[in-house]
Design a protein around this ligand. Structure first.
Ligand code: DQA
Length: 146
């Protein structure tokens, strides 16, 4: 099985420092370590990345077309604005799970709409950083189910 790519959008590099009352105290490096440990348990390879730039995220999704079996993506603020990220995901054939650390539906109305949800096979929101682990388990079971 090709690696699972976990992609993160803008400001998630500040996880742990940024609005901890909303996003918690764990850093993105902590999240990556927890995902890597779960991936090892599940016997899958992982690629974990973050960018603050929309075009860079589009290019990460293009790279995943050949390199990844599935994508877990927290597009952060681009969730609510980016047709380009939606189009890139529509050009990817494997499972896609969208993750939000916070419950976007409990927040401002501009966070209630997601372009990415038009493509995602599943959406996890409001489960904190554990959402990444849930998403990883889900893509592995989708891939194993064929
Ligand atoms: C987020 C929710 C988005 O609305 C926000 O812009 C983020 C993070 C989340 O993980 O809860 O940056 O995707």
């Amino acid at each position: 099985m090709k690696p699972i790519h976990i992609l993160n959008g803008p400001n998630l590099n500040l996880l742990g420092k940024r609005q901890p009352e909303v996003y918690g105290h764990e850093t993105l490096t902590d999240v990556e370590a927890r995902c890597a440990a779960l991936a090892a348990d599940l016997g899958v390879a992982l690629h974990f990345a973050q960018s603050n730039h929309e075009g860079a995220i589009v290019e990460m999704i293009h790279a995943a077309r050949d390199a990844a079996s599935a994508i877990v993506i927290n597009p952060a603020a681009y969730t609510h604005t980016s047709v380009a990220i939606l189009d890139a995901l529509n050009a990817f054939d494997g499972p896609v799970i969208e993750v939000h650390i916070s419950n976007v539906h409990k927040r401002e109305s501009f966070r209630h709409h997601s372009y990415v949800s038009l493509r995602a096979d599943g959406v996890i929101a409001g489960c904190g950083t554990e959402g990444y682990l849930l998403a990883l388990r889900r893509v592995v079971s989708l891939l194993r189910a064929g």
